[in-house]
Design a binder for this molecule. Structure first.
Ligand SMILES: *Cc1c(COP(=O)(O)O)cnc(C)c1O
Length: 452
């Protein structure tokens, strides 16, 4: 099984040619989901005692499996938060797979860890973090939020009695992963009311702390780019109140943190430099491949105390004064998943990142202008980053869904409705520099032309 012979060469040729062809596609096919029955029938049994062979398994992937996976980098993939890996990041991901690197410790992967840390340094600089800041690439925003809040609570618990109930302060705009983390870690979320723009503010936070004093608070989390509306909380105000109350301040910028690279938008993030921990997903708006979340701590020491695993078989690593990525999150073994991001950043330079992010912001804001100008459409809220939420007058929830299903089925667009304040609305999230204003206009045209 572990042999490289002529037939492996043939397979390598096929796999690499396919990969290059896929990376070159502009645009890639959107593709669409199939039902379990359809897939079972089309593919048949694949895991068998004798194996089906490389060519056959590969043929099934190309003909049946790949077309049943939506391409997140399609320019009219506008749902959730899309992704748009650079060619460089996608290519380099092949190398991470080929290199059998263990990304958990300095001892085993010093070179890779050094390169990942260079990329994390850029993220820390964007956030205005001090020189000693550091962190690790984890699988996604969910893992990043979990690891940051584990650190926060561990830090809060040092040298004091356990309160009756640990509590986190957050707004209703916080991402669903924060709720998930609250169940995993068994703490309560105390919701802070938002302002008229939907933002968590220092003022409202201070009010909640005054009205409901509690010894169980261990952290405040603010969102820099609320997923549904793309707005940024009042980070500066929240930071000051958190500091005054001795609370850990975590900023979730999984989607929106990338806009820190666009100087015209930097003011929205004022105060992020005061955060104790910050996350941003390069697999969302920083043009890397899945799965990649940059988690950075202003002071990594509390994270190391919270997360380092101890065992006799790990002493050789933990006894050394070296930077081990496994020490900063809930994990041990890890893929050096920050390397595709590092390679692309090193190759293109940070200016190219700024330009690409500015392009997406401009297209999203021009898209909002189109909606403002068109009869029959209206914005639900003024866009702040690159999320545009709007309604088509007279459409019911069923209309949005029927149009959206048809748009995906015909391979035109992946554009799901969302809801806001009980109303079904259309939502675009633009993170792909290849998404154009014409793409957005064509979506509006398609909605107008739709007859059900
Ligand atoms: C996407 C997102 C997350 C979750 O990130 P995953 O990488 O999907 O785990 C968390 N917070 C915010 C604000 C997000 O937009």
């Amino acid at each position: 099984m572990h042999t490289y012979d002529e037939s492996t060469d043939d397979l390598a040729e096929e796999i690499i040619s396919y990969s290059l062809a896929r990376i070159r596609m502009d645009p890639p096919p959107l593709d669409k989901p199939r039902t379990p029955d359809e897939l079972r029938t089309a593919i048949g049994p694949t895991v068998t005692p004798d194996g089906i062979g490389g060519h056959e398994a590969f043929r099934l992937f190309v003909e049946e499996i790949a077309p049943a996976t939506i391409s997140i980098d399609h320019p009219r993939y506008l749902s959730f938060v899309p992704g748009a890996p650079t060619e460089a990041a996608a290519l380099f991901d092949l190398i991470v797979g080929a290199s059998s690197m263990y990304g958990g410790s300095w001892m085993e992967a010093s070179g890779a860890v050094h390169a990942e840390n260079e990329a994390l340094r850029w993220v820390s600089d964007l956030a205005g973090f001090p020189e000693g800041a550091g962190g690790v690439f984890v699988s996604g925003g969910t893992g990043g939020n979990l690891s940051a809040l584990v650190t926060a609570r561990h830090h809060a618990a040092l040298g004091r009695e356990r309160p009756a109930r640990w509590k986190l302060l957050a707004s209703a705009g916080a991402h669903s992963s924060i709720d998930h983390v609250s169940r995993v870690m068994d703490f309560e979320i105390v919701r802070v009311p938002v302002d008229e723009r939907g933002r968590l503010t220092g003022e409202h936070l201070a009010q909640v702390l005054e009205d409901h004093p509690d010894d169980g608070y261990f952290a405040v989390t603010a969102t820099a780019g609320v997923t549904n509306l793309g707005i940024v909380d009042d980070l500066d105000g929240v930071a000051d109140v958190a500091a005054a109350h001795g609370l850990w301040f975590h900023v979730d910028g999984a989607y929106g943190g990338a806009a820190l690279a666009a100087p015209a938008y930097r003011h929205l993030f004022a105060g992020v430099e005061k955060a104790d921990s910050f996350i941003v997903d390069p697999h969302k708006w920083l043009f890397s491949t899945f799965d990649c979340c940059a988690l950075v701590y202003r002071d990594p020491e509390p994270a190391r105390r919270a997360h380092t695993q101890h065992a006799s078989y790990l002493d050789a690593i933990t006894d050394r004064d070296e930077w081990n990525p496994s020490d900063y999150a809930v994990h041990l073994s890890r893929r050096a998943r920050g390397l595709p991001f590092w390679f692309s950043l090193a190759m293109h330079g940070t200016e190219a990142y700024r330009e690409a992010i500015e392009t997406t912001l401009e297209v999203a804001h021009t898209g909002a202008d189109l909606i403002r100008e068109r009869d029959g459409f209206s914005l639900v809220t003024e866009p702040e980053l690159s999320v545009v939420v709007f309604r088509k007058e007279g459409w019911t929830s069923a209309d949005y869904t029927a149009w959206s299903d048809a748009a995906l089925d015909t391979g035109f667009a992946f554009c799901l409705p969302s809801s806001h304040a009980g109303e079904t609305v259309m939502r675009w999230c633009v993170v792909n520099p290849k998404t154009t204003t014409e793409d957005l206009a064509s979506v509006l045209d398609s909605m107008v032309a739709f007859t059900g």
